[in-house]
Write a protein that binds this ligand. Structure first.
Ligand SMILES: [Zn+2]
Ligand SMILES: [Zn+2]
Length: 242
């Protein structure tokens, strides 16, 4: 598996882009600036067959029209189907955003979005999963304060279990992901855990409690990471082969 850290920052982060991660042909989250960052990293949208959305905050979802329109302009829609996996409501939210950003006055312009852009939507509730010949992905609902729904994902692929947990605070499903994963890619926004986000102090404790899992911080602000060796802090554009 090839993992590319497309973006590793929070919204307020001044040095790195919004969080997004590419695992082979599966892109986790498409927030503001992700499409531009993909182009900068010379990743072609053509190589992305699946988009997995965690939740509908702007730093995780807002670039989806940009992605779809670009795909249409380059006629990639004629070449392959794109699968968008997300929490319940991801189809409607995508249509709403497309209507808002590319309106011609027709409120029903995107009623047939599946045919227009050659997309399939998969909406997953807590505990549901989706499988292909190459991978299985499980949705686990997380606690991101007042924001609902929020899905974390456990991806089983090539004999590895990797978890993506952005955004969340500590909760039962989060601990379960730490326990059963080989790799954890998580929201570690600030130094301490708050109502909506996990903090570095707790993340360090979890990395010691679950030594069989490798802990990566991929949704982080500009705090000092020096002297911490139990947590890995990738930067934008870094690649991990597992
Ligand atoms: Zn976020
Ligand atoms: Zn969020």
């Amino acid at each position: 598996m090839k993992i590319t850290f497309v973006g590793t920052g929070t919204m307020g982060c001044t040095t790195r882009c919004n969080t997004s991660m590419l695992v082979d042909d599966i892109l986790f989250d498409v927030g503001m600036g992700t499409v531009k960052q993909i182009e900068r990293l010379k990743i072609y949208t053509k190589s992305i067959k699946y988009i997995v959305i965690s939740h509908f905050h702007e730093d995780h979802f807002l670039d989806i029209p940009n992605f779809l329109i670009g795909r249409g302009i380059r006629k990639e829609t004629e070449e392959y189907k794109l699968t968008i996996i997300g929490p319940i409501g991801v189809r409607k939210k995508t249509i709403d955003l497309m209507t808002f950003t590319h309106s011609d006055g027709n409120q029903h312009k995107y009623d047939n979005i599946e045919e227009k852009y050659n997309i399939e939507f998969i909406e997953l509730n807590d505990g549901e999963s989706y499988s292909t010949d190459e991978f299985k992905i499980h949705a686990l609902s997380l606690n991101h304060g007042p924001c609902v729904p929020v899905n974390g994902y456990l991806l089983e692929k090539s004999g590895q279990k990797i978890s993506y947990a952005c955004d969340t605070t500590l909760c039962d499903n989060y601990f379960k992901m730490c326990e059963i994963s080989d790799y954890m890619f998580s929201d570690v926004t600030g130094l301490t855990t708050k109502e909506m986000h996990v903090g570095l102090e707790d993340y360090k404790k979890l990395s010691i409690k679950y030594p069989n899992c490798k802990f990566y911080a991929i949704h982080r602000s500009d705090y000092d990471t020096s002297g911490i060796d139990s947590v890995i802090f990738p930067n934008d554009g870094d690649i991990l082969e597992i």
